[in-house]
Design a protein around this ligand. Structure first.
Ligand code: SF4
Length: 83
């Protein structure tokens, strides 16, 4: 098994125009504790590799508040929201 924190970053982009797309990224600091998954299990899923992955196909402005909460609550600052 790969050690936690070394996996590839995953991300999903919205279908909004390129210049104002919202993008959520899981970085290598993820420890797989699952707080993000608890907040939005339809967006985040901790895989067998012990890392959170983005499972949502598309994100909208309606998701922003939950995503900002997930970013704020992540204990390792592994989540990044752009756009
Ligand atoms: S809250 Fe942060 S550390 Fe925990 S699973 Fe999600 S991205 Fe990983």
């Amino acid at each position: 098994m790969r050690p936690a924190g070394t996996g590839p970053a995953t991300e999903v982009r919205t279908s909004q125009p390129k210049e104002d797309r919202m993008k959520i990224t899981v970085g290598g600091m993820c420890t797989g504790f699952g707080i993000c998954e608890n907040i939005r299990p339809d967006v985040f899923e901790v895989g067998d590799d012990g890392l959170a992955h983005i499972v949502a196909d598309e994100l909208t402005e309606d998701d922003r508040a939950d995503l900002e909460l997930a970013v704020a609550e992540c204990p390792t600052q592994a989540l990044r929201l752009d756009g």
